[in-house]
Design a binder for this molecule. Structure first.
Ligand code: CA
Length: 291
């Protein structure tokens, strides 16, 4: 087990008491940031529709913040999602002052292969994106199928295994792309979790109390490595989440069209960002030091 660092301690906060301690990955954000260092072409996949016409607020802000950090470090960054999430993702990017370079996932059966061949990503990142279960369905945290509203973007990760880009998954529920990596632990968490646990694995997995925080945690680790700030501010967070809701997003937990993420207020997210900001300005401990 790797030592916990200060980013891990923040990401493992579980204010919704969803039990992430059972599948948390200490050192996950640091390992993901190390893998992303010097990345040339990054494709970021995000967007979770919790019901028909209901894309959620968790995911797109994380994608925008991590994407901006990687762009500032010299990567070419593109985003891909399906139709229900396009407006929300674009809104988050524009609110952060980023170019909304969003690809709409094609309708064709060989969509994943087409996108990978065209984009040739060196790195593929999924943030809060449904990952299939063993029988191929996509289930929400209540065990209800969401396959009607979420296209199989996890095909990108299944295809990538053979093709070679480095893959990174970020999630908070057990049912997202990347969770295949901790599947054995998920299967021990009761019948519901065993049913919704995704089989789609990634090279690196970041688990957090809220998926956006996982993406922010990677950005904070990138900032420590690079010696320059890369995170956003609580004011940016407010602008992004408000813009997402105006573009049609709902809170994935409460299902309300309100500027909250996973049932948590903007003040709560702002507090986590303040603390991560403190950490990103602290030089990383030398390798091997137990924090
Ligand atoms: Ca979430």
């Amino acid at each position: 087990m790797p030592a916990w660092d200060s980013v891990d301690h923040l990401l493992a906060l579980d204010p919704g008491e969803r039990g992430i301690g059972a599948f948390f990955v200490p050192g996950g954000a640091l390992a993901a940031a190390r893998a992303l260092r010097g990345a040339r072409r990054v494709l970021i996949v995000t967007g979770f529709a919790v019901a028909g016409g209901c894309p959620e607020t968790d995911g797109p802000p994380g994608a925008a913040v991590l994407g901006r950090a990687l762009r500032r470090l010299g990567a070419r960054v593109r985003y891909v999602t399906d139709l229900p999430n396009v407006r929300v993702l674009r809104a988050a990017l524009v609110a952060l002052g980023e170019r909304a370079d969003v690809l709409v996932y094609p309708e064709a059966a060989d969509a994943a292969r087409t996108v990978l061949a065209r984009e040739r990503p060196t790195h593929l990142v999924a943030i809060e994106r449904p990952g299939r279960v063993r029988d191929g369905r996509y289930l929400n945290m209540r065990g209800v199928s969401v396959g009607a509203w979420n296209r199989p973007l996890d095909d990108l990760f299944v295809e990538a295994m053979a093709d070679g880009p480095v893959t990174i998954g970020v999630g908070d529920g057990g049912n997202e792309i990347g969770m295949g990596r901790v599947r054995a632990r998920l299967l021990r968490q009761g019948a519901l979790m065993a049913r919704i646990a995704s089989v789609v694995s990634t090279d690196h997995l970041v688990v957090a109390g809220v998926s956006n925080w996982g993406a922010y945690g990677i950005a904070a680790q990138l900032a420590r490595q690079a010696g320059r700030p890369l995170l956003h501010t609580p004011a940016d967070e407010r602008r992004m989440v408000t813009a997402c809701v105006r573009a049609g997003a709902v809170d994935g937990v409460t299902r309300r069209r309100a500027p909250t993420v996973d049932g948590l207020s903007l003040e709560t997210h702002g507090a986590v960002i303040e603390l991560l900001g403190l950490i990103e300005r602290t030089p990383a401990a030398p390798a091997g030091r137990v924090s």
